[in-house]
Structure formats: structure tokens, C-alpha cells
Design a protein around this ligand. Structure first.
Ligand code: NFS
Ligand code: SF4
Length: 655
């Protein structure tokens, strides 16, 4: 083997997931993301640092020492800031489009045009309605829902200057004041998307600070979209509760019809779960022992949280389950779907089924999914899988026998329910007391994607283990949660293996208090859901702040996206900064081409909003920086509390 080939052999195994690694070590019929990552090296430095502008077709204009301005005179700071706004907008549009589909399905339900959907959680419907002062008493669920859907639509379309209700009613008073003072409170989601896109057109805004404020406003619109998505999904599909299941490629069962659901929107995948139950007999008639559903990415997280469907893998390894030869159909809805899956599927018998009019892949099957005929379409999808199984008959499969136990389903409601077994009057105090006493050193949200700029899942696992060892309570979403699921960190055993004494005793006390409620013990990391469910994690931060009587920039709570990849992750990172939280990102995003913009993100943001970005690619270093941020906040909170007590005053909300 030549040196280059040898290097490729070593390098393409850029994963710490043993199942992914096992598949990658084989001679594969076609390339994967891991190979294509290598083929893309070296990547363009202009793009990598954000100083390439293609906003008008005089471009691309690239900033160099010899040519420090674009043809129009735009300098690095304008170009970098403008590109950042556009990235956030991509994320905001994606999350909001997802939420819009759910809202439209609820509207169809109200009009009698979505017969397969029902209101699953009256509890959530009432809770959300009450948040917006929508009357509940003496009204039917449908009447309440009608008001809620109308308000949701207004939050998408309003143009009269009134502000986003989903933001106003879910954040701390301090944040509301700050966002109004800085002029970044969105009016509505579509209004911000149109306004910010216009603001970044050629020959518009050149002021980097003004542009960054716009990026934050667009990011807050993303928060609104996510929150609407989460709330409405809970109404229509139920509030997630603890589920006990498994994850990683060992969940594939060669004797069954294996169908993977992939993407983000639970509207389809929830129906696929129902259809699979109903068509079990058809699968048996085809010679299978049944239907094995499994999830990929955030659709995987959605059905994992609500239905206990096992997760087969996360983002970057999405092609690999197909390479076991045992996946009969992979049904995709929207977002994070690599076109590469079709090429891989063509080497096997696997059917890729697209279902959204805005996500089509040449060569794939397409079922035009609609809410009017949801169950019928879901059945169609399952039958495509059964046909795939028949074609597979007898073919050899190579499935890595690797899977781990998973306990998931930790919506905020579920966490409160667990806490209430210790403190029924004020559940959140169970957490804030542990933070104040030092039993817990802080709370960290581990979120986001995979990105081959780092070894697959390595940053996720290293940071989580280091923080757990240091008594940080961990909540997770998205493909970070997927990594923990696959690698056993969502299991009770991981508590014994990785938690420091404080975290261990905290989780043990919850186990004891909830012994009658839970089927098993609690995990090391609390899976809060998909990426839209970062809204749940923010609700937790807001509840901590409100209970401590301070604003969010003061609470010992940090966010990390150890392997961020998508525009959605950029939007999420930006609103978490605006919310006042330190946000670590494990890959350096394309902003370093402007020292000014980079400085705003990593320092000036702190002065204005209390939150800031930390770029750190080394996971050990990242964990240390996150711990420092937590310790600083805890120390400051203590000093402020002591001072307030001494003078008989309330702790100041400023930081
Ligand atoms: Ni979030 Fe979820 Fe995964 Fe990243 Fe993609 S699936 S929405 S964007 S890659 S975490
Ligand atoms: Fe070049 Fe300006 Fe056009 Fe960008 S907007 S491509 S910097 S001329």
C-alpha cells in the first residue's frame, strides 16, 4: 500500500463510534462522508475565515493584504458580518419552516382536514394557552387550539410592530428589557427573515455592529420558531416522558424489515410509527419477523423521546447503516439529509424515500406526504420497506453488534416531575439548591451536530465525561444527544462510571425519590430532545434565573456545540449568546477573517448581553474553559447574594 493510501486508511476512520469504525474499516463499494472530507482537503482559507463575498455577481471578492476591499469597497468586517447574518438566516428559516408545518397541520386538524392527528396533550395545550392569557376554563380543546394557532401564525407574520409573543412570554424580565433596549426584539419570524435578507443585499448595511445585532435578532426569531415547534409538537404528539430503549447499529435486526426514519419533522415519523404497528402482519406475510424502526438525526430524537424508537446513528455516519446491507428503506423528511445516501443505497437494495416537496433526491423514491392522508402515506412508505425486505431475501448482512442502553425523554415537564418528588412546592429549587450548595458545579447544555473537522463524536464524549467528572449536570439535544445515546452515556451505568461525587449524589437522590415513578434509574446525561428542543433547555435556564432572582447572564449555566456543523447550529449559538450564556463551539466558524467581528463574538457580546462565544477545538481545553465560566458565575453569584443579604436588598440583575 502506498503512503498516501495508508494515510487515507487511517484518516478516514475519523470516528470514535465503534460501530461506525467497524463499517469504515471494511472495503466499501462507494465513498462516504469520511472519504469525501479527505478529498476536500485543503479547504479554502477565504471561505474558512469568512472573507469571501458572493453576495453580488461581480464577486467572488476575496480579501487579501493586496486587495483589502471588495469591488464595491466592502471591507473584511462587512463581508464577515454579512455572511454571518446570512448563515443565521438559513438556520432560522429551517427551524421556522419546520414549526410552520406543524402549525399548518394543527390548522388542518381544526378544519377537519388532518383526520389522523389528534390533540395528544391537553395538559400542554392548557399550559401554553395560559402562558399567553388565552382563556381555558369552560372551553373545548379545539376552541383553545384555534386561538393558539392564530397566535402562532401571528408570530410568523405580524408586521405592526408588536413583538414576538413566544419570545416575550418565555424569557426573563431582564432579557426582555435588554432585547428591547438593544432593538433586537423580533416582530415576527417572516418579517425578520425578509428584513435581514434585505439588509445584507449588495450595497445595504456596511456597519458590522449593526449587522451583528441583526444576526442576533434573526437568531431570536429562530428561538421563537423552535419554541413554537416544540410546544406544538407536544400538543399534537404528547409531552416526552422517560423511555427505555437502545442505540447504535446493533439495533438493526436482519430478520425484520428495517426502516430508518431520518430528518427532523415528527409529523411524518410519528405516523410511520403508527403505520408500522398496523402493518406488522404484512411484514410477517413477506417472511420477516416484524418491522424494526430506527431513527437518524433529529427525527430519530423525536421518535426516541416520545415512542422509544431506537436510534441507529447520528448525522455524519448516516450513510453507514445502509452499508450493513440490512436497511430496507430510509425514509427522509427534511434537513441534514446528505445526498450521498442515495449513491450508497444504490449499491444495496435499500430504498431511499423522500417525502417533502422541498427535499427531493434524484433517483430516490418519492411519496408526496400530506397531512390529509398522513397515515395512508406512512403506510405507503412502510410497504416500500417491505418490498425492500423481499428483495434482500437471503442476502448477507454485516451488522456491527454494538448497541447501548438508553434512558431518554426528559422534557422540562418530566424534569419538574422528578424534582417534585423531592420538593413538591418548588421543583426547580431541587436544582438551584444543589447549585448554591456546590453539590453541582453548574449545568451544561451539550448540543449540535457532527463535523468531520473533528473526529466524529470525540469532542462530544470528551467534553461530557470531563464535565460530569466535575459535577456538572448535563442536558443534551440533537446529534450531541445522539452521540451519547450510541456510546452509553444515556444509561444509569454511566452515572457510576463517569459522574463526580456531587453529580452522583444528586442523581442518586432523584433515583431514590422517584423509585415508584421510574422503571429504572436515571442516566448520566438528560436527553431533552431534538434541536428545536433547545427551547426546552432555554426554558430550564430561564427557570433557574427566575428562581435565583437574577437574569440569565448570572447563572452557572453554559452551552457547548462540540461539533457544530449546520446553519441551524449557528442560529442556536447566537440566540444562546443573546440570552446571556457562554457558548463553546468546537470548530472555529468563519468569522476569524475579521478581528473586529471575531472580537464582538468572543468579547464585546459579553459586555452587551452577558453571553459570548468560546472557540476551542481541543475538547479537554474546552471543558476547562466551560468549567472556568461556571466557576466564575457561581463565585459572582455568591458575592452578589452575600452583598444583597448584607444590605437587605435584592441581588442585582446586572452582571
Ligand atoms: Ni441539529 Fe438535528 Fe444533527 Fe446538527 Fe442536523 S440533525 S437539527 S443540525 S446535524 S444536531
Ligand atoms: Fe464583491 Fe461587494 Fe459584490 Fe460582495 S457585494 S461580491 S464585496 S462587489
Amino acid at each position: 500500500m502506498s503512503d498516501v493510501a495508508k494515510k487515507k486508511q487511517v484518516d478516514r476512520n475519523r470516528t470514535i463510534d465503534p460501530a461506525a469504525s467497524e463499517v469504515l474499516a471494511r472495503k466499501l463499494p462507494v465513498d462516504t462522508a469520511y472519504d469525501r472530507y479527505l478529498a476536500q482537503q485543503p479547504q479554502c482559507k477565504f471561505g474558512d475565515t469568512g472573507i469571501c463575498c458572493r453576495i453580488c455577481i461581480q464577486g467572488p471578492c476575496r480579501i487579501t493584504p493586496k486587495a483589502p476591499k471588495g469591488i464595491c469597497g466592502a471591507t473584511a468586517y462587512t463581508i464577515v458580518a454579512r455572511n454571518l447574518v446570512r448563515s443565521v438566516l438559513g438556520g432560522t428559516a429551517a427551524h421556522s419552516d419546520h414549526a410552520k408545518h406543524i402549525l399548518l397541520t394543527l390548522k388542518a386538524l381544526l378544519e377537519g382536514n388532518a383526520p389522523d392527528y389528534t390533540i395528544k396533550s391537553t395538559e400542554k395545550l392548557h399550559a401554553v394557552a395560559e402562558r399567553f392569557d388565552i382563556p381555558v376554563a369552560g372551553r373545548t380543546d379545539l376552541e383553545i387550539l384555534a386561538d393558539l394557532v392564530e397566535l402562532g401564525m401571528e408570530d410568523f407574520m405580524r408586521m405592526d410592530g408588536k413583538k414576538s409573543q413566544w419570545i416575550e412570554k418565555t424569557i426573563t424580565p431582564g432579557r426582555l428589557e435588554k432585547f428591547n433596549e438593544c432593538g433586537i426584539m423580533p416582530t415576527s419570524i417572516f418579517e425578520v427573515i425578509a428584513g435581514a435578507t434585505a439588509q445584507t443585499h449588495m450595497g445595504m448595511d456596511a456597519d458590522p455592529v449593526n449587522l451583528i445585532f441583526k444576526a442576533l435578532q434573526a437568531a431570536l426569531a429562530d428561538y421563537a420558531g423552535e419554541h413554537i415547534g416544540t410546544d406544538m409538537s407536544d400538543v399534537i404528539f404528547g409531552i416526552p416522558e422517560p423511555v427505555y430503549t437502545e442505540a447504535n447499529m446493533g439495533v438493526i435486526d436482519p430478520q425484520k424489515v428495517n426502516i430508518a426514519v431520518h430528518g427532523h419533522n415528527p409529523l411524518l415519523s410519528e405516523m410511520v410509527v403508527v403505520a408500522a404497528r398496523e402493518l406488522e402482519e404484512e411484514a410477517r406475510a413477506a417472511g420477516a419477523e416484524g418491522i424494526q424502526l430506527m431513527g437518524v438525526c433529529c427525527t430519530g430524537n423525536e421518535v426516541l423521546m416520545r415512542q422509544g424508537v431506537p436510534l441507529v446513528t447520528n448525522f455524519i455516519s448516516q450513510e453507514l447503516p445502509i452499508m450493513t446491507g440490512a436497511i430496507d428503506a430510509m425514509v427522509v423528511d427534511l434537513q441534514c439529509i446528505m445526498p450521498g445516501i442515495q449513491t450508497v443505497a444504490e449499491c444495496y437494495h435499500t430504498r431511499i424515500v423522500t417525502t417533502s416537496e422541498s427535499v427531493k433526491i434524484p433517483g430516490a423514491y418519492h411519496v408526496d406526504f400530506s397531512e390529509e392522508k398522513a397515515l395512508e402515506h406512512a403506510k405507503e412508505v412502510i410497504r416500500i420497506g417491505i418490498e425492500g425486505f423481499k428483495e434482500r431475501a437471503g442476502a448477507e448482512c454485516e451488522i456491527p453488534e454494538i448497541k447501548n442502553k438508553v434512558v431518554a425523554g426528559f422534557s422540562l415537564e418530566t424534569l419538574y416531575d422528578l424534582f417534585s418528588s423531592i420538593n413538591a412546592d418548588a421543583p426547580i429549587k431541587v436544582l438551584t439548591d444543589a447549585l448554591k450548595s456546590g453539590q453541582l458545579r453548574g449545568v451544561a447544555l451539550l448540543a449540535g451536530c457532527n463535523n468531520l473537522k473533528v473526529k466524529h463524536d470525540d469532542n462530544h464524549l470528551t467534553i461530557a465525561k470531563e464535565l460530569a467528572k466535575n459535577d456538572v449536570l448535563l442536558v443534551a439535544t440533537g446529534c450531541a444527544a445522539g452521540a451519547f445515546a450510541k456510546m452509553g452515556l444515556l444509561s444509569p451505568e454511566a452515572v457510576e462510571e463517569y459522574a463526580g461525587d456531587g453529580l452522583k449524589s444528586f442523581i442518586h437522590s432523584l433515583n431514590e425519590a422517584n423509585a415508584d415513578k421510574l422503571k429504572g434509574n436515571l442516566p448520566l446525561v438528560f436527553h431533552m430532545g431534538s434541536c428545536v428542543d433547545n427551547s426546552r433547555a432555554m426554558n430550564l435556564a430561564t427557570a433557574i434565573a427566575n428562581d435565583l432572582g437574577v437574569d440569565t447572564p448570572k447563572i452557572p449555566y453554559v452551552v457547548s456545540a462540540p461539533e457544530a456543523m449546520s446553519e441551524k447550529a449557528i442560529a442556536i449559538g447566537c440566540w444562546n449568546v443573546a440570552m446571556g450564556l457562554p457558548v463553546h463551539v468546537g470548530v472555529v466558524p468563519p468569522v476569524t477573517g475579521s478581528e473586529l467581528v471575531n472580537g464582538i463574538a468572543t468579547q464585546i457580546a459579553h459586555d452587551v448581553y452577558g453571553g459570548y462565544f468560546i472557540w476551542e477545538t481541543d475538547p479537554q481545553q474546552a471543558a476547562q474553559k466551560l468549567l472556568e465560566a461556571l466557576d466564575y458565575r457561581s463565585w459572582k453569584l455568591k458575592v452578589h447574594d452575600e452583598t444583597a443579604e448584607k444590605y437587605g436588598a435584592k441581588a442585582s440583575a446586572a452582571w
